[in-house]
Design a protein around this ligand. Structure first.
Ligand code: SAM
Length: 286
């Protein structure tokens, strides 16, 4: 690429409080030749608030692929382009991945303008361990995918962070209440940086009750965080899950041998666990 090519700036915007737009983000939006916005009306409000007159172009999940060649053409013509989403950091459960990966692949400079991100803001004030965490994005709406996610959360040793909408927040907490014990802390950050910002904390059942206490608690945007499982519990839960799957297909001895080899747990312990799972009606049928 020659030095005349433009730069793609990935610009974080506020998740509620407009005061959180950084001065560098403002400058970048002002100086760009074009701002790619998920929703031009929403970004238009932000632009007007800060007196920014840069042209906006619509860039969302449904037109991202078609738009990429034109954006790359404009970058090679030397234009500087800013990518924003409706709120927070682009690409984080938001559009932009196809463009950023294509721009990088073609050798363009892609530069982030860091700023608000709901998951980071929520974690920072949660009181949960944040030395290691896993972000799973939105809780899936489909039952099977949802159950698979909750199975992973049940055995995850790191703090888990999820996005959830107001339509399904109660359902998600109900599902969590049936898989997570009282020893797993759940923290919810609602409407972060907005007027009704609230953090709810307890086990899944407590938090569900707090949200059920009044419909006002069920409105807005939510980040759900779950404390990681203690290492030993996570190992045990994972082993049980694997054994259960194997026992559905194989005799107890074979299932135990595979589970022991995979997990590194002692064979006798695994065999006892398999019997405990109540699948010991055909132990010698290998
Ligand atoms: N790109 C954004 C970011 O950096 O966080 C996330 C976009 S995603 C489409 C929107 C989801 O983020 C919401 O459904 C909610 O789960 C979470 N979220 C966004 N703003 C929030 C806020 N102010 N308080 C709590 N959660 C928020």
């Amino acid at each position: 690429m020659n030095s005349k090519t433009g730069v793609l700036h990935v610009v974080a915007t506020p998740i509620g409080n407009l005061g959180d737009l950084s001065s560098r983000a403002r400058e970048t939006l002002q100086q760009a030749d074009l701002v790619l916005a998920e929703d031009t009306r929403r970004t238009g409000v932000l632009m007007r608030h800060f007196n920014l007159g840069t042209p906006l172009s619509s860039f969302h999940d449904h037109n991202e692929r078609q738009q990429v060649p034109e954006v790359l053409r404009r970058l090679s013509a030397g234009e500087n382009i800013a990518l924003v989403s409706d709120a927070g950091t682009p690409l984080i459960s938001d559009p932009g991945y196809t463009l950023v990966s294509a721009a990088r692949e073609q050798g363009f400079t892609v530069s982030p303008v860091p700023g608000p991100c709901a998951l980071v803001a929520a974690l920072s004030a949660s009181g949960l361990p944040v030395d290691r965490f896993v972000f799973e994005g939105f809780v899936p709406a489909r039952k099977g995918a949802r159950q698979a996610l909750l199975d992973r959360v049940a055995v995850e040793e790191r703090t888990v962070v999820l996005y959830e909408s107001s339509h399904r927040i109660l359902e998600t907490l109900e599902d969590m209440s049936s898989v997570l014990g009282p020893d797993r802390a759940v923290v919810i950050g609602r409407e972060i940086s907005k007027r009704f910002e609230t953090f709810y904390r307890g086990d899944a059942v407590d938090v569900l009750e707090q949200l059920r206490a009044g419909t006002e608690h069920q409105y807005g945007e939510f980040v759900v965080m779950v404390e990681g499982a203690p290492a030993q519990d996570a190992d045990e839960a994972m082993l049980r899950k694997l054994l259960q799957l194997l026992l559905d297909e194989l005799p107890v001895k074979t299932a135990s041998r595979i589970a022991a080899a995979w997990s590194g747990a002692g064979r006798n312990r695994v065999y006892a666990l398999a019997l405990d799972l109540g699948k010991n009606n055909d132990p010698d049928s290998e």
